[in-house]
Design a protein around this ligand. Structure first.
Ligand SMILES: [Zn+2]
Length: 238
């Protein structure tokens, strides 16, 4: 039987009320760090709303300035992020920036092509089952080099094996129509969308742990797509 304390001492219960600062900014509680209590109060729907609101701030140039060092100090003894984000390693899509989130707010699992494999899945199980995150967001992006590389069957050292994880999305996007090329922006986007959908499916098909939480309504999985040119994130909601 795992407990938070056994798996990671940093997750041990912390008396946040004792160390929380009365004021961290002019935006109400928006600079307040996430605590286990706040995390519990944040439903999957509220978690999604937080990401949407953060992206809205980002694209409108109204990001919040928080005292990040104070947040680092306040979260040093424990973390309770409200979401886990699987994103591409692309330098232009850092989740905390495009969602205007701060220290201790979200887990990030970043890998070229934002696919989910066993290692990412284990990380997501930790983020949700052990650490209590309420939302898993698979964040793809436009004009993704890894997607293009997978379309082109690029072979380069270990990258060859990495890109193989994206091939099912290429095949899914090409099914029933003609296979496009990496020079075709519509096809590249179609593969990126399929890649996000397949990541969601991979999670549910391969993690009974997460599937159980999703079925119980305690965790939600959502796909999303970042537009590099605008910074806007489009959510795939069913
Ligand atoms: Zn990418």
């Amino acid at each position: 039987m795992f407990t938070r304390r056994m798996i990671c001492g940093c997750l041990a219960a912390v008396p946040f009320a004792m160390i929380a600062r009365p004021s961290l900014g002019a935006e109400g509680d928006t600079c307040a760090v996430f605590t286990p209590a706040r995390q519990r109060e944040t439903s999957p729907a509220k978690a999604l709303a937080r990401l949407k609101a953060g992206n809205e701030r980002f694209v409108s140039g109204k990001t919040i300035n928080c005292d990040l060092l104070a947040q680092a100090q306040e979260t040093a003894a424990g973390q309770a992020p409200f979401a886990a984000i699987v994103g591409c390693m692309d330098s232009r899509v850092p989740p905390e920036l495009v969602f205007d989130q701060k220290i201790g707010d979200v887990f990030d699992a970043r890998i070229a092509g934002n696919f989910v494999d066993t290692n990412i899945l284990g990380s997501l199980e930790f983020a949700t089952k052990v650490a209590g995150a309420r939302l898993i967001c698979i964040l793809g992006h436009s004009d993704c080099g890894a997607i293009k590389g997978a379309i082109d069957n690029v072979e380069l050292g270990n990258l060859t094996a990495t890109l193989k994880n994206i091939r099912p999305a290429v095949e899914m996007a090409a099914a029933g129509g003609k296979a496009g090329t990496s020079k075709d922006p519509d096809f590249v986007q179609k593969v990126a969308d399929a890649n996000v959908a397949l990541a969601e499916r991979f999670i549910l098909d391969n993690s009974p742990t997460i599937k159980e939480m999703v079925n119980a309504g305690s965790v939600r999985i959502v796909g999303a797509m970042n537009d590099l040119a605008t910074g806007r994130v489009r959510f795939f909601e069913s």
